[in-house]
Design a binder for this molecule. Sequence first.
Ligand SMILES: Cc1cc2nc3c(=O)[nH]c(=O)nc-3n(C[C@H](O)[C@H](O)[C@H](O)COP(=O)(O)OP(=O)(O)OC[C@H]3O[C@@H](n4cnc5c(N)ncnc54)[C@H](O)[C@@H]3O)c2cc1C
Length: 391
Amino acid sequence: MGLFASKPAEKKGDLLYAWSTTPEIAEKGECGGVVTALLKYALEQKMVDAVLAVKRGQDLYDAVPTVITDPKNVVGTAGSLHCGTLLLSKFVKNYLNGAKDKKIAMTVKGCDLMGLIELAKRNDVNLNNLLIIGVNCGGSVSPITARKMIKDIYGVDPDKVHKEEIDKGQFIIEYEGGHKGISIDELEDKGFGRRSNCRRCMYKVPRQADLACGNWGVIGEKAGKATFVEVCSDKGADLLSRAIKSGAVASEAANPKGIEIRGKVEGAMLKLGEKWRRRDFTALKKDPWKIIERETARCIKCYSCIENCPVCFPALRSAEKKSFMVEGGSIPPNPMFHLRRFSHISDTCVNCGQCEELCPMQIPLALFSHAIRVEGDVAFQPKLGTVPYKN
Ligand SMILES: Cc1cc2nc3c(=O)[nH]c(=O)nc-3n(C[C@H](O)[C@H](O)[C@H](O)COP(=O)(O)OP(=O)(O)OC[C@H]3O[C@@H](n4cnc5c(N)ncnc54)[C@H](O)[C@@H]3O)c2cc1C
Protein backbone atom coordinates (compact mmCIF):
# COMPACT_ATOMS: atom_id res chain seq x y z
CA MET A 1 0.00 0.00 0.00
CA GLY A 2 1.32 3.42 -0.89
CA LEU A 3 1.27 6.77 0.80
CA PHE A 4 -2.38 7.54 0.05
CA ALA A 5 -3.74 4.11 0.85
CA SER A 6 -7.17 4.21 2.46
CA LYS A 7 -10.68 2.84 2.16
CA PRO A 8 -11.87 0.99 -0.92
CA ALA A 9 -14.15 2.86 -3.31
CA GLU A 10 -17.73 2.02 -2.49
CA LYS A 11 -19.73 4.84 -3.89
CA LYS A 12 -20.35 6.84 -7.00
CA GLY A 13 -17.85 9.68 -7.36
CA ASP A 14 -14.91 7.87 -5.77
CA LEU A 15 -11.55 8.25 -7.46
CA LEU A 16 -8.93 5.60 -6.88
CA TYR A 17 -5.98 3.69 -8.22
CA ALA A 18 -6.68 -0.01 -8.73
CA TRP A 19 -4.89 -3.06 -10.09
CA SER A 20 -5.28 -6.81 -10.39
CA THR A 21 -3.83 -8.99 -7.66
CA THR A 22 -3.40 -11.90 -10.09
CA PRO A 23 0.17 -11.72 -11.45
CA GLU A 24 -0.76 -13.01 -14.93
CA ILE A 25 -3.50 -10.38 -15.35
CA ALA A 26 -1.38 -7.58 -13.87
CA GLU A 27 1.40 -8.51 -16.30
CA LYS A 28 -0.79 -8.76 -19.43
CA GLY A 29 -3.01 -5.81 -18.55
CA GLU A 30 -2.24 -2.41 -20.03
CA CYS A 31 -2.01 -0.62 -16.69
CA GLY A 32 -2.20 -3.19 -13.92
CA GLY A 33 -5.11 -5.20 -15.33
CA VAL A 34 -7.96 -3.96 -13.14
CA VAL A 35 -10.37 -3.92 -16.10
CA THR A 36 -9.64 -7.56 -16.94
CA ALA A 37 -9.79 -8.54 -13.27
CA LEU A 38 -13.22 -6.91 -12.90
CA LEU A 39 -14.60 -8.56 -16.03
CA LYS A 40 -13.34 -11.94 -14.82
CA TYR A 41 -14.70 -11.40 -11.34
CA ALA A 42 -18.16 -10.44 -12.67
CA LEU A 43 -18.27 -13.63 -14.75
CA GLU A 44 -16.96 -15.88 -11.96
CA GLN A 45 -19.52 -14.51 -9.53
CA LYS A 46 -22.29 -14.95 -12.11
CA MET A 47 -23.11 -11.25 -11.95
CA VAL A 48 -23.19 -11.60 -15.76
CA ASP A 49 -23.70 -14.40 -18.28
CA ALA A 50 -20.91 -13.31 -20.59
CA VAL A 51 -18.07 -10.85 -21.10
CA LEU A 52 -17.62 -8.85 -24.29
CA ALA A 53 -14.08 -7.56 -24.76
CA VAL A 54 -11.46 -7.23 -27.46
CA LYS A 55 -8.51 -9.38 -28.35
CA ARG A 56 -5.72 -9.34 -30.85
CA GLY A 57 -6.64 -11.00 -34.15
CA GLN A 58 -4.38 -11.64 -37.15
CA ASP A 59 -1.84 -9.13 -35.93
CA LEU A 60 -1.37 -6.04 -33.80
CA TYR A 61 -3.50 -3.96 -36.16
CA ASP A 62 -6.51 -6.23 -35.88
CA ALA A 63 -8.76 -5.81 -32.82
CA VAL A 64 -11.44 -8.49 -32.64
CA PRO A 65 -14.54 -8.37 -30.42
CA THR A 66 -14.86 -11.57 -28.44
CA VAL A 67 -17.60 -13.03 -26.26
CA ILE A 68 -16.43 -15.11 -23.30
CA THR A 69 -18.38 -17.36 -20.98
CA ASP A 70 -15.50 -19.18 -19.30
CA PRO A 71 -13.76 -16.91 -16.74
CA LYS A 72 -10.37 -18.42 -17.39
CA ASN A 73 -10.42 -17.04 -20.96
CA VAL A 74 -10.91 -13.42 -19.92
CA VAL A 75 -7.17 -12.88 -19.46
CA GLY A 76 -6.75 -13.33 -23.22
CA THR A 77 -8.44 -9.96 -23.74
CA ALA A 78 -6.08 -7.94 -21.50
CA GLY A 79 -4.19 -5.03 -23.05
CA SER A 80 -5.15 -1.97 -25.14
CA LEU A 81 -5.25 -2.20 -28.93
CA HIS A 82 -5.05 1.27 -30.45
CA CYS A 83 -5.03 0.31 -34.14
CA GLY A 84 -8.17 -1.77 -34.62
CA THR A 85 -11.30 -0.95 -36.57
CA LEU A 86 -14.21 -1.67 -34.36
CA LEU A 87 -17.29 -0.34 -32.67
CA LEU A 88 -18.76 -2.57 -30.01
CA SER A 89 -22.23 -1.08 -29.75
CA LYS A 90 -23.62 -2.48 -32.96
CA PHE A 91 -22.04 -5.82 -32.11
CA VAL A 92 -24.26 -5.97 -29.00
CA LYS A 93 -27.34 -5.35 -31.08
CA ASN A 94 -26.49 -7.63 -33.99
CA TYR A 95 -24.88 -10.58 -32.25
CA LEU A 96 -26.00 -10.45 -28.62
CA ASN A 97 -29.67 -9.67 -29.17
CA GLY A 98 -29.16 -6.21 -27.67
CA ALA A 99 -28.45 -7.80 -24.25
CA LYS A 100 -32.21 -8.32 -23.96
CA ASP A 101 -32.00 -11.86 -22.61
CA LYS A 102 -28.50 -11.98 -21.14
CA LYS A 103 -26.43 -9.94 -18.73
CA ILE A 104 -23.15 -8.84 -20.23
CA ALA A 105 -20.08 -7.11 -18.81
CA MET A 106 -18.17 -5.20 -21.46
CA THR A 107 -15.34 -2.77 -22.04
CA VAL A 108 -16.14 0.39 -24.02
CA LYS A 109 -14.47 3.48 -25.36
CA GLY A 110 -16.48 6.71 -25.50
CA CYS A 111 -17.70 6.03 -29.05
CA ASP A 112 -18.79 2.48 -28.18
CA LEU A 113 -20.75 3.89 -25.27
CA MET A 114 -22.41 6.70 -27.21
CA GLY A 115 -23.49 4.11 -29.78
CA LEU A 116 -24.95 1.91 -27.03
CA ILE A 117 -26.90 4.82 -25.59
CA GLU A 118 -28.35 5.69 -29.01
CA LEU A 119 -29.33 2.05 -29.52
CA ALA A 120 -30.93 1.94 -26.08
CA LYS A 121 -33.08 4.97 -27.00
CA ARG A 122 -34.41 2.88 -29.89
CA ASN A 123 -35.02 -0.13 -27.60
CA ASP A 124 -32.38 -2.07 -29.53
CA VAL A 125 -30.15 -2.51 -26.47
CA ASN A 126 -31.10 -3.07 -22.84
CA LEU A 127 -28.66 -1.01 -20.78
CA ASN A 128 -30.00 -2.55 -17.56
CA ASN A 129 -28.43 -5.85 -18.55
CA LEU A 130 -25.03 -4.30 -19.26
CA LEU A 131 -22.20 -3.82 -16.79
CA ILE A 132 -20.14 -1.23 -18.59
CA ILE A 133 -16.47 -0.65 -17.91
CA GLY A 134 -15.32 2.42 -19.79
CA VAL A 135 -11.75 3.11 -20.81
CA ASN A 136 -10.62 6.68 -21.37
CA CYS A 137 -9.66 7.17 -24.98
CA GLY A 138 -7.44 9.85 -26.45
CA GLY A 139 -8.01 8.33 -29.88
CA SER A 140 -7.11 5.36 -32.02
CA VAL A 141 -5.23 4.88 -35.28
CA SER A 142 -6.56 3.26 -38.43
CA PRO A 143 -4.72 -0.01 -39.18
CA ILE A 144 -3.77 1.10 -42.69
CA THR A 145 -2.46 4.45 -41.41
CA ALA A 146 -0.60 2.67 -38.60
CA ARG A 147 1.20 0.32 -40.97
CA LYS A 148 2.16 3.12 -43.36
CA MET A 149 3.22 5.41 -40.51
CA ILE A 150 5.41 2.73 -38.93
CA LYS A 151 7.05 1.98 -42.27
CA ASP A 152 7.50 5.56 -43.53
CA ILE A 153 8.02 7.60 -40.35
CA TYR A 154 9.46 5.09 -37.91
CA GLY A 155 11.44 3.27 -40.61
CA VAL A 156 10.35 -0.09 -39.16
CA ASP A 157 8.72 -3.08 -40.83
CA PRO A 158 5.15 -3.06 -39.40
CA ASP A 159 5.17 -6.86 -39.23
CA LYS A 160 8.18 -6.76 -36.91
CA VAL A 161 6.32 -4.67 -34.30
CA HIS A 162 5.14 -6.76 -31.37
CA LYS A 163 3.69 -4.03 -29.14
CA GLU A 164 2.29 -0.53 -29.54
CA GLU A 165 1.15 1.90 -26.88
CA ILE A 166 0.14 5.51 -26.51
CA ASP A 167 1.80 7.15 -23.53
CA LYS A 168 2.48 10.77 -22.58
CA GLY A 169 1.37 12.00 -25.98
CA GLN A 170 3.61 9.61 -27.90
CA PHE A 171 2.79 6.64 -30.12
CA ILE A 172 5.38 4.07 -29.05
CA ILE A 173 6.32 0.85 -30.80
CA GLU A 174 8.40 -2.08 -29.62
CA TYR A 175 9.91 -4.17 -32.37
CA GLU A 176 12.61 -6.70 -33.02
CA GLY A 177 15.69 -4.68 -32.25
CA GLY A 178 14.36 -1.80 -30.16
CA HIS A 179 11.60 0.66 -29.40
CA LYS A 180 10.74 4.10 -30.68
CA GLY A 181 8.27 6.81 -29.65
CA ILE A 182 7.18 9.82 -31.68
CA SER A 183 4.83 12.54 -30.46
CA ILE A 184 1.31 12.31 -31.82
CA ASP A 185 1.40 16.04 -32.64
CA GLU A 186 4.40 15.47 -34.88
CA LEU A 187 2.78 12.44 -36.52
CA GLU A 188 -0.41 14.39 -37.14
CA ASP A 189 1.54 17.29 -38.67
CA LYS A 190 2.87 14.74 -41.13
CA GLY A 191 -0.64 13.50 -42.00
CA PHE A 192 -0.55 10.39 -39.78
CA GLY A 193 -1.62 9.77 -36.18
CA ARG A 194 -5.16 9.36 -34.93
CA ARG A 195 -8.29 8.97 -37.04
CA SER A 196 -9.79 12.32 -37.94
CA ASN A 197 -12.99 11.61 -36.00
CA CYS A 198 -10.92 10.75 -32.90
CA ARG A 199 -9.11 14.07 -33.17
CA ARG A 200 -12.44 15.87 -33.09
CA CYS A 201 -13.82 13.67 -30.30
CA MET A 202 -14.63 15.40 -27.02
CA TYR A 203 -15.74 12.36 -25.04
CA LYS A 204 -12.45 11.25 -23.55
CA VAL A 205 -13.54 9.98 -20.12
CA PRO A 206 -16.66 7.81 -20.52
CA ARG A 207 -18.54 8.87 -17.39
CA GLN A 208 -21.83 7.37 -18.56
CA ALA A 209 -20.24 3.94 -18.05
CA ASP A 210 -20.37 2.25 -14.65
CA LEU A 211 -16.64 2.81 -14.17
CA ALA A 212 -14.29 5.06 -16.14
CA CYS A 213 -10.73 3.69 -16.24
CA GLY A 214 -7.53 5.10 -17.65
CA ASN A 215 -3.88 5.84 -17.12
CA TRP A 216 -4.15 9.63 -16.91
CA GLY A 217 -3.37 10.78 -13.39
CA VAL A 218 -1.56 7.68 -12.17
CA ILE A 219 1.70 9.04 -10.79
CA GLY A 220 4.46 7.94 -8.44
CA GLU A 221 5.27 4.32 -7.81
CA LYS A 222 1.97 3.17 -9.29
CA ALA A 223 2.54 4.79 -12.70
CA GLY A 224 2.14 2.10 -15.37
CA LYS A 225 1.15 -0.49 -12.76
CA ALA A 226 -2.30 0.75 -11.79
CA THR A 227 -5.32 2.36 -13.42
CA PHE A 228 -7.15 5.49 -12.33
CA VAL A 229 -10.75 4.46 -11.73
CA GLU A 230 -13.64 6.91 -11.48
CA VAL A 231 -16.75 5.29 -10.03
CA CYS A 232 -19.66 6.52 -12.14
CA SER A 233 -22.66 4.52 -10.95
CA ASP A 234 -23.94 2.44 -8.05
CA LYS A 235 -23.56 -0.64 -10.26
CA GLY A 236 -19.90 0.22 -10.82
CA ALA A 237 -19.39 0.86 -7.11
CA ASP A 238 -20.93 -2.50 -6.27
CA LEU A 239 -18.73 -4.42 -8.72
CA LEU A 240 -15.58 -2.67 -7.58
CA SER A 241 -16.32 -3.00 -3.87
CA ARG A 242 -17.07 -6.71 -4.21
CA ALA A 243 -13.93 -7.33 -6.27
CA ILE A 244 -11.81 -5.43 -3.75
CA LYS A 245 -13.39 -7.26 -0.83
CA SER A 246 -12.78 -10.63 -2.49
CA GLY A 247 -9.11 -9.79 -3.03
CA ALA A 248 -9.29 -9.98 -6.86
CA VAL A 249 -8.52 -6.27 -7.06
CA ALA A 250 -6.36 -4.05 -4.86
CA SER A 251 -6.79 -0.30 -4.56
CA GLU A 252 -5.73 2.89 -2.88
CA ALA A 253 -7.13 6.40 -2.95
CA ALA A 254 -5.93 8.38 -5.96
CA ASN A 255 -3.05 10.74 -5.29
CA PRO A 256 -4.48 14.31 -5.08
CA LYS A 257 -1.74 15.57 -7.38
CA GLY A 258 -2.68 12.76 -9.80
CA ILE A 259 -6.32 13.88 -9.71
CA GLU A 260 -5.22 17.39 -10.61
CA ILE A 261 -3.01 16.14 -13.46
CA ARG A 262 -5.80 13.95 -14.83
CA GLY A 263 -8.12 16.96 -14.88
CA LYS A 264 -5.54 19.06 -16.70
CA VAL A 265 -4.84 16.37 -19.31
CA GLU A 266 -8.55 15.89 -19.93
CA GLY A 267 -8.97 19.68 -20.28
CA ALA A 268 -6.06 19.87 -22.73
CA MET A 269 -7.50 17.01 -24.80
CA LEU A 270 -10.87 18.75 -24.98
CA LYS A 271 -9.20 21.94 -26.19
CA LEU A 272 -7.35 19.91 -28.81
CA GLY A 273 -10.66 18.39 -29.90
CA GLU A 274 -12.10 21.89 -30.29
CA LYS A 275 -9.07 22.94 -32.33
CA TRP A 276 -9.50 20.01 -34.72
CA ARG A 277 -13.20 20.71 -35.06
CA ARG A 278 -12.46 24.32 -35.96
CA ARG A 279 -9.81 23.28 -38.44
CA ASP A 280 -11.81 20.55 -40.16
CA PHE A 281 -15.14 22.36 -40.17
CA THR A 282 -13.68 25.68 -41.32
CA ALA A 283 -12.11 23.98 -44.33
CA LEU A 284 -15.42 22.32 -45.13
CA LYS A 285 -17.49 25.45 -44.61
CA LYS A 286 -15.80 27.18 -47.53
CA ASP A 287 -18.05 25.36 -49.96
CA PRO A 288 -19.72 22.45 -48.18
CA TRP A 289 -22.10 21.25 -50.81
CA LYS A 290 -19.56 21.40 -53.61
CA ILE A 291 -17.08 19.42 -51.48
CA ILE A 292 -19.71 16.88 -50.47
CA GLU A 293 -20.86 16.45 -54.06
CA ARG A 294 -17.28 16.07 -55.30
CA GLU A 295 -16.27 13.55 -52.65
CA THR A 296 -19.41 11.44 -52.73
CA ALA A 297 -19.10 11.14 -56.52
CA ARG A 298 -16.74 8.24 -55.80
CA CYS A 299 -19.51 6.29 -54.06
CA ILE A 300 -20.05 2.73 -55.31
CA LYS A 301 -23.20 2.36 -53.22
CA CYS A 302 -21.92 -0.62 -51.25
CA TYR A 303 -24.00 0.42 -48.21
CA SER A 304 -21.07 -0.06 -45.84
CA CYS A 305 -21.67 3.39 -44.31
CA ILE A 306 -25.25 2.42 -43.54
CA GLU A 307 -24.52 -1.11 -42.37
CA ASN A 308 -21.83 0.03 -39.95
CA CYS A 309 -23.49 3.14 -38.57
CA PRO A 310 -24.81 2.61 -35.05
CA VAL A 311 -27.63 5.09 -35.55
CA CYS A 312 -28.53 4.81 -39.23
CA PHE A 313 -29.98 1.38 -39.75
CA PRO A 314 -33.44 1.62 -38.16
CA ALA A 315 -34.76 3.19 -41.35
CA LEU A 316 -33.12 0.49 -43.39
CA ARG A 317 -35.82 -2.05 -43.83
CA SER A 318 -35.12 -4.23 -46.84
CA ALA A 319 -37.56 -2.57 -49.21
CA GLU A 320 -36.05 0.84 -48.49
CA LYS A 321 -32.54 -0.50 -48.78
CA LYS A 322 -33.13 -1.26 -52.44
CA SER A 323 -33.61 2.33 -53.36
CA PHE A 324 -32.89 4.42 -50.26
CA MET A 325 -34.92 7.12 -51.97
CA VAL A 326 -32.81 7.25 -55.10
CA GLU A 327 -33.11 5.39 -58.34
CA GLY A 328 -31.21 2.10 -58.25
CA GLY A 329 -28.93 0.54 -60.82
CA SER A 330 -26.33 3.23 -61.34
CA ILE A 331 -23.24 4.54 -59.64
CA PRO A 332 -22.41 6.96 -58.30
CA PRO A 333 -25.85 7.35 -56.82
CA ASN A 334 -27.62 10.64 -56.98
CA PRO A 335 -26.17 12.90 -54.22
CA MET A 336 -29.56 12.67 -52.52
CA PHE A 337 -28.49 9.20 -51.38
CA HIS A 338 -25.91 10.78 -49.07
CA LEU A 339 -27.83 13.94 -48.23
CA ARG A 340 -30.79 11.88 -47.11
CA ARG A 341 -28.53 9.74 -44.93
CA PHE A 342 -26.85 12.80 -43.43
CA SER A 343 -30.18 14.35 -42.59
CA HIS A 344 -31.43 11.07 -41.18
CA ILE A 345 -28.58 10.95 -38.64
CA SER A 346 -28.06 14.69 -38.27
CA ASP A 347 -29.23 14.80 -34.66
CA THR A 348 -27.73 11.51 -33.51
CA CYS A 349 -24.37 10.99 -35.25
CA VAL A 350 -21.94 10.02 -32.48
CA ASN A 351 -18.81 10.69 -34.58
CA CYS A 352 -17.64 7.09 -34.19
CA GLY A 353 -16.05 7.27 -37.64
CA GLN A 354 -17.14 3.81 -38.78
CA CYS A 355 -18.73 5.12 -42.00
CA GLU A 356 -15.47 6.74 -43.05
CA GLU A 357 -13.16 4.05 -41.73
CA LEU A 358 -14.97 1.30 -43.62
CA CYS A 359 -15.69 3.22 -46.83
CA PRO A 360 -13.82 1.45 -49.63
CA MET A 361 -13.71 4.70 -51.60
CA GLN A 362 -12.26 6.75 -48.73
CA ILE A 363 -15.02 9.32 -48.73
CA PRO A 364 -14.72 11.54 -45.62
CA LEU A 365 -18.25 10.66 -44.52
CA ALA A 366 -17.66 11.05 -40.79
CA LEU A 367 -16.44 14.58 -41.32
CA PHE A 368 -19.61 15.47 -43.24
CA SER A 369 -22.07 13.97 -40.80
CA HIS A 370 -20.18 15.25 -37.76
CA ALA A 371 -20.05 18.77 -39.21
CA ILE A 372 -23.75 18.69 -40.01
CA ARG A 373 -24.61 17.50 -36.49
CA VAL A 374 -22.38 20.00 -34.71
CA GLU A 375 -22.76 23.05 -36.92
CA GLY A 376 -25.61 22.14 -39.24
CA ASP A 377 -27.99 24.76 -37.98
CA VAL A 378 -26.05 27.65 -39.47
CA ALA A 379 -23.12 26.79 -41.62
CA PHE A 380 -24.48 23.87 -43.55
CA GLN A 381 -27.92 25.13 -44.46
CA PRO A 382 -28.01 24.61 -48.21
CA LYS A 383 -28.37 27.80 -50.13
CA LEU A 384 -31.38 27.63 -52.39
CA GLY A 385 -30.42 26.14 -55.74
CA THR A 386 -27.05 24.83 -54.62
CA VAL A 387 -28.12 21.30 -53.73
CA PRO A 388 -28.55 19.06 -56.74
CA TYR A 389 -32.05 17.78 -55.97
CA LYS A 390 -32.92 15.59 -58.89
CA ASN A 391 -35.39 13.18 -57.29
C1 LIG B 1 -7.94 2.59 -27.84
C2 LIG B 1 -7.63 2.97 -26.41
C3 LIG B 1 -7.15 4.25 -26.15
C4 LIG B 1 -6.88 4.63 -24.82
N1 LIG B 1 -6.45 5.91 -24.57
C5 LIG B 1 -6.30 6.33 -23.29
C6 LIG B 1 -5.93 7.66 -22.99
O1 LIG B 1 -5.70 8.47 -23.89
N2 LIG B 1 -5.88 8.04 -21.68
C7 LIG B 1 -6.13 7.17 -20.65
O2 LIG B 1 -6.10 7.58 -19.49
N3 LIG B 1 -6.44 5.89 -20.91
C8 LIG B 1 -6.53 5.44 -22.18
N4 LIG B 1 -6.88 4.14 -22.45
C9 LIG B 1 -7.10 3.23 -21.32
C10 LIG B 1 -5.82 2.52 -20.87
O3 LIG B 1 -5.03 2.19 -21.98
C11 LIG B 1 -6.14 1.21 -20.13
O4 LIG B 1 -7.03 0.45 -20.90
C12 LIG B 1 -6.79 1.45 -18.78
O5 LIG B 1 -5.92 2.17 -17.94
C13 LIG B 1 -7.13 0.12 -18.10
O6 LIG B 1 -5.94 -0.59 -17.88
P1 LIG B 1 -6.03 -2.09 -17.43
O7 LIG B 1 -4.65 -2.63 -17.28
O8 LIG B 1 -6.97 -2.19 -16.28
O9 LIG B 1 -6.72 -2.71 -18.71
P2 LIG B 1 -6.70 -4.21 -19.20
O10 LIG B 1 -6.92 -5.10 -18.03
O11 LIG B 1 -5.52 -4.41 -20.06
O12 LIG B 1 -8.04 -4.24 -20.07
C14 LIG B 1 -8.17 -3.47 -21.22
C15 LIG B 1 -9.53 -3.71 -21.78
O13 LIG B 1 -9.68 -2.91 -22.96
C16 LIG B 1 -10.21 -3.73 -24.00
N5 LIG B 1 -9.76 -3.16 -25.27
C17 LIG B 1 -8.54 -3.23 -25.84
N6 LIG B 1 -8.52 -2.55 -26.98
C18 LIG B 1 -9.76 -2.05 -27.16
C19 LIG B 1 -10.37 -1.26 -28.15
N7 LIG B 1 -9.69 -0.82 -29.21
N8 LIG B 1 -11.67 -0.92 -28.02
C20 LIG B 1 -12.38 -1.34 -26.93
N9 LIG B 1 -11.85 -2.08 -25.92
C21 LIG B 1 -10.56 -2.42 -26.05
C22 LIG B 1 -9.64 -5.11 -23.70
O14 LIG B 1 -10.37 -6.14 -24.32
C23 LIG B 1 -9.76 -5.14 -22.17
O15 LIG B 1 -11.06 -5.52 -21.79
C24 LIG B 1 -7.10 3.72 -23.76
C25 LIG B 1 -7.56 2.43 -24.05
C26 LIG B 1 -7.83 2.06 -25.37
C27 LIG B 1 -8.35 0.67 -25.64
